[in-house]
Design a protein around this ligand. Structure first.
Ligand SMILES: [Zn+2]
Length: 420
C-alpha cells in the first residue's frame, strides 16, 4: 500500500491516500494521436523530439503551489516562503522528468520494434509518445505498454530506497529537505506506474489488456474495441468516484482538501472516457473497412492522361471538366505515373503551356498501385504511408480501376460504424 507520509512508517488510511492526490496528480496518459494545441520543442532524447504542451504549465504551477503552500510547510516547518517555492518548483521539474522517463520507456521498446516515434508531448494529463504505427504483434504491444510503468516503478524504488538509506544513516541531520523531496518523488513514480496499469484502453493497462485479447482472438480491431470498452467503463467509474468525493466534501462528510481530488478524478474520468470512445469508434471504422474490398469501392472507368499532353491541356480538358484531383498517366496501356492537382499547382501558371505532364508526374512505383482483392483498410494504410490520396488498381498488369480517399470516406458514411 502507499505510504504518503514520507516518514515511511506512519499508518496509512484511505483519507491519507486521497489527500496525496493533489500533490502528485494522477496521470492518465497514453500514446497515440498527436494533439492540435500549441506546444514547444524543448529538446531530444533517443533521437525523438520532446515537446511541452501549453497545458503542462498549469500542472507545473498547481504542483509547485500546492507543495509550497501546503505540503512542504507541514513536512518541513520553519523555512522561508521563497525556499518552499524553490523546493516546490524543483519537485515539479523532477515530476516532469519522471513522466518523460516513463514515456522514454515506452519509446525505447517501440524503437526496438522499428516503430517510429514522431514526438513525445508532455501535457496536462502527463505524457504521450506519438507512435508512427501500431505494434506488429501482441507481444510487441505488451512489452511497449509495460515498459512505461516498469520505468516508473524502478524510479520509485530507487527514490524510496535512497530516502530510507539517507534517513537511517543521517537521522535528524541536514538532509530532511532531500528526504522529503525524494520520498515525494518516489511515491509519485509508484502512483504513476500503478495508475497507468488501470486496464482501460488507451491507458498502459488497457494496452496490456488489448495485447492479451489480441493474442487470444487474433483480431486486432476487435481487441481494440473491447479494451476501449473497458476504458469507457473505467472512465465512468473514475468520474463517479470523483463526483461522490465532491458531494461528500460539500455535505461536510469529508475534509475540504478532498474536493480538489474529486474534481481532478472527474476530469480524468472524462478524459479517459472520451479517449476510449474515440478509439472504439476508430476500431469500428477499421473493422468495416476490413470487410470491404478495393474492387467494391474503386472507380471502374478510369480516365487517364498521356505523358506528352501539355499541363495547360491537361487542366483544360481533364482537371476542370472531370473535377478529379488526380489522374494516372498511361501510354500504350502501360502505367507510367500519377499526376495530381498539387503537382500542377507547384508549377507557375505561365509555364503550363510549355511543360508536359511527363515532366511533373510522379513516376509510378508499387506504392501507388494496389490489387483489387485487397481490403479498403489496406488501401487506406498505403495512401497514408505514401501521402497520396488515390491509388491505381492493377490486375494482371492492367489498370482496372482507381481508389480514392474520398471514396473510402463515403463507404464509411454509408456503412456507418457497426459496434460490437
Ligand atoms: Zn505509459
Amino acid at each position: 500500500m502507499l505510504n504518503l507520509s514520507l516518514n515511511l512508517n506512519l499508518p496509512l488510511t484511505l483519507a491519507d491516500f486521497f489527500n496525496s492526490l493533489p500533490l502528485t496528480l494522477q496521470f492518465t496518459h497514453c500514446y497515440g494521436e498527436p494533439m492540435a494545441l500549441p506546444h514547444w520543442k524543448i529538446g531530444r532524447a533517443l533521437g525523438i523530439p520532446i515537446y511541452v504542451h501549453a497545458s503542462w504549465f498549469v500542472v507545473f504551477f498547481l504542483v509547485a503551489s500546492s507543495l509550497a503552500s501546503g505540503y512542504l510547510p507541514e513536512m518541513l516547518p520553519g523555512l522561508s516562503v521563497p525556499r518552499y517555492w524553490g523546493m516546490g518548483g524543483i519537485a515539479a521539474l523532477l515530476l516532469f522528468l519522471s513522466v518523460l522517463l516513463h514515456e522514454l520507456g515506452h519509446s525505447y521498446v517501440a524503437l526496438r520494434y522499428k516503430i517510429p516515434i514522431k514526438q513525445i508531448t508532455l501535457f496536462i494529463f502527463g505524457g504521450m509518445a506519438h507512435m508512427g504505427k501500431e505494434p506488429p504483434s501482441p507481444r510487441a504491444e505488451f512489452l511497449i505498454a509495460i515498459a512505461g510503468p516498469v520505468v516508473s516503478f524502478i524510479l520509485g524504488a530507487i527514490c524510496l530506497g535512497g530516502v530510507m538509506a539517507v534517513d537511517s544513516l543521517f537521522a535528524r541531520s541536514g538532509f530532511q529537505g532531500l528526504v522529503v523531496l525524494g520520498g515525494l518523488l518516489g511515491m509519485v513514480n509508484v502512483q504513476l506506474g500503478l495508475f497507468n496499469l488501470i486496464p482501460g484502453f488507451p491507458l498502459d493497462g488497457g494496452r496490456v489488456l488489448r495485447a492479451g485479447l489480441w493474442a487470444l482472438n487474433k483480431d486486432f480491431n476487435r481487441a481494440t474495441s473491447q479494451a476501449s470498452l473497458a476504458g469507457i467503463g473505467f472512465g465512468v467509474v473514475l468520474g463517479l468516484i470523483g463526483a461522490v468525493l465532491m458531494v461528500g466534501t460539500w455535505s461536510g462528510a469529508l475534509g475540504q482538501s478532498i474536493a480538489t481530488n474529486g474534481g481532478w478524478l472527474v476530469f480524468i474520468g472524462i478524459f479517459l472516457f472520451s479517449a476510449a470512445l474515440s478509439s472504439r469508434r476508430q476500431a469500428a471504422q477499421r473493422t468495416s473497412l476490413t470487410s470491404v474490398t478495393v474492387r467494391q469501392v474503386m472507380v471502374h472507368r478510369v480516365v487517364t492522361l498521356r505523358p506528352d499532353t501539355t499541363v495547360q491541356d491537361a487542366v483544360d480538358q481533364f482537371f476542370v471538366p472531370h473535377g478529379f484531383s488526380g489522374f494516372p498517366v498511361c501510354e500504350g496501356g502501360q502505367l507510367l505515373g500519377m499526376v495530381t492537382v498539387r503537382d500542377v499547382q507547384a508549377l507557375p501558371v505561365a509555364l503550363w503551356p510549355w511543360r508536359r505532364i511527363s515532366e511533373i508526374m510522379h513516376p509510378v512505383s508499387q506504392a501507388y498501385c494496389i490489387p483489387p482483392d485487397w481490403s479498403a483498410i489496406q488501401a487506406m494504410e498505403r495512401m497514408i504511408q505514401n501521402g497520396s490520396d488515390r491509388l491505381v488498381v492493377m490486375e494482371h498488369e492492367q489498370i482496372v480501376g482507381l481508389i480514392t480517399r474520398s471514396a473510402i470516406a463515403n463507404v464509411l458514411q454509408l456503412h456507418g460504424s457497426p459496434s460490437r
